[in-house]
Write a protein that binds this ligand. Structure first.
Ligand code: 5RP
Length: 212
């Protein structure tokens, strides 16, 4: 049986097939994406430019010789490669285990082709069953947002020692099974003080690659 790391490498390698020469590449964050970045030098062409969804991915891209552009410098990205914390059969995802959800949503929204790369442990029948839902929140709204999330039926827990790349905090919403991902993504986004939440349903991946 393959280890989780071996599965991550298999799916990261598969994602190389979606990278085209002379396109600006969009890159998410997390350990599967880290492996994907480390494999980029194996491509028969050089990836010149990328937009990264986290400072960590930015550093990893630079380490393999890719120039990292600001999202404001591009209008579209050929492909965006990112991992996920949970994926349903419909392709809805939760993300944000690494606290990069907001930048991931921004970079994903710029791309024409969003490819999600996961190992089989991320497959769920319903979002919220395996992983608490991360919500990025403006620090002064922490308690107000927590109260609203409780009203929605969740149990928000402040993520200790975590400041996002945008200077905000994360609330992880436990005990929160998400029956209607499209509706709940919008409902949580509408709470004052929420920057974004980790449900990726309104802009889900074009393709989910799963290493079994
Ligand atoms: C970070 C993310 C990651 O894509 C997600 O947490 C999956 O990470 P990993 O590949 O390490 O399992 O959303 O905010």
């Amino acid at each position: 049986m393959k280890t989780q790391n071996e599965l991550k490498e298999i799916v990261a390698r598969k994602a190389l097939e979606f990278v085209q020469p002379q396109q600006v590449l969009g890159v998410g964050s997390g350990s599967t994406v880290k492996i994907f970045i480390s494999l980029l030098p194996e491509l028969p062409f050089k990836v010149e430019y990328a937009v990264a969804a986290s400072k960590e991915s930015e550093a990893n891209l630079k380490a393999v010789g890719v120039q990292v552009l600001d999202a404001n410098e591009v209008t579209t990205l050929g492909v965006y490669i990112d991992g996920a914390d949970e994926v349903t059969p419909e392709g809805y995802m939760t993300k944000g285990g690494g606290a990069a959800l907001t930048r991931e949503k921004i970079v994903a929204s710029l791309s024409e082709n969003f490819i999600c790369i996961v190992d089989k442990s991320k497959k769920v029948s319903q979002l919220g069953t395996q992983f608490a839902l991360p919500v990025e929140v403006i620090p002064m709204a922490r308690e107000a947002v927590s109260r609203e999330l409780r009203k929605l039926g969740g149990n928000p827990v402040y993520r200790e020692n975590c400041i996002t790349d945008n200077g905000n905090i994360i609330l992880d919403v436990h005990d929160f099974v998400i029956e209607d991902p499209i509706a709940m993504e919008q409902i949580i986004n509408n709470i004052p003080g929420v920057v974004s939440n980790g449900i990726f349903a309104r802009n889900k991946a074009n393709q989910v690659l799963v290493a079994e």
